[in-house]
Ligand binder design. Structure first.
Ligand code: HEM
Ligand code: HEM
Length: 178
């Protein structure tokens, strides 16, 4: 049988991936709405709630990653390709952590927000004392990290496309994640 990632890792990869791509799109869209527009803050609560769910899923994913057996990459890949893919995967994990925690911290420090409302069901507490400066700092991190994430994703997806369509048949890694 061909090597595949464990089922739980595959599910987490695609669920988190889909949520993050949507959060990136919604995030850029809502941040671009002028401050005085009446619909400026319509999407913020949803962005924060789904972002928080991703925060929890990412913590679970890291745990699952640590205790799972990940299949070895195909032998047909060049040494530099193996190294590059490992670097990109590590950076993707770092970006997932930075993106989610900078969001939660930005919101926690923000003087006008009171907790993080999860669809009216529960409210997650603010983690820190209010501070305009620190909220601004994590806002900057959130914004820069978003672009870093987009660049990483371009690399990540380009790698998958290269191995599937331009390399030997054995090098196709997409099947490992399907
Ligand atoms: C992986 C998860 C997340 C992704 C991919 C994401 C993505 C983004 C993006 C692309 C922006 C626009 C940045 C800009 O152009 O300035 C943004 C803004 C924002 N995000 Fe997130 N976000 C995530 C998680 C969170 C979380 C967990 C929170 C809070 C609990 C949050 C709160 C915010 C807020 C308040 C803004 C608006 C900032 C502004 O008004 O400029 N985000 N997010
Ligand atoms: C925000 C979106 C995404 C994130 C954060 C992400 C993250 C990751 C990470 C961290 C890995 C390494 C496996 C692990 O340790 O979990 C991985 C593997 C993989 N990803 Fe993604 N991914 C995303 C989107 C995509 C998309 C859109 C595709 C399809 C083109 C894709 C295809 C793959 C494949 C095929 C692998 C397996 C590579 C291997 O065999 O080692 N990913 N992804």
């Amino acid at each position: 049988m061909e090597a595949k990632y464990p089922l739980l890792m595959r599910i987490l990869h695609w669920v988190i991936g889909l949520m993050i791509i949507s959060l990136l799109a919604v995030g850029f869209f809502m941040a671009d709405i002028p401050d005085d527009a009446p619909n400026k803050y319509d999407l913020y609560p949803l962005h924060k709630a789904f972002g928080f769910i991703v925060l929890i899923l990412v913590l679970g994913r890291i745990l699952v990653r640590v205790i799972s057996k990940v299949p070895a990459l195909p032998q047909s890949l060049a040494a530099w390709e193996v190294k590059l893919s490992h670097i990109v995967h590590i950076l993707l994990y770092i970006a997932m952590i930075t993106m989610t925690w900078s969001g939660y911290l930005m919101s926690s420090f923000f003087p006008h927000s009171q907790g993080l409302d999860l669809f009216g069901i529960v409210t997650m507490p603010d983690l820190v004392e209010k501070s305009e400066e620190w909220s601004g700092f994590f806002h900057e991190i959130h914004g820069y990290c978003a672009w870093f994430f987009v660049a990483l994703l371009v690399f990540h997806i380009a790698g998958v496309i290269k191995h599937r369509f331009f390399d030997a048949k054995e090098s196709d890694v997409l099947k490992r994640m399907m």
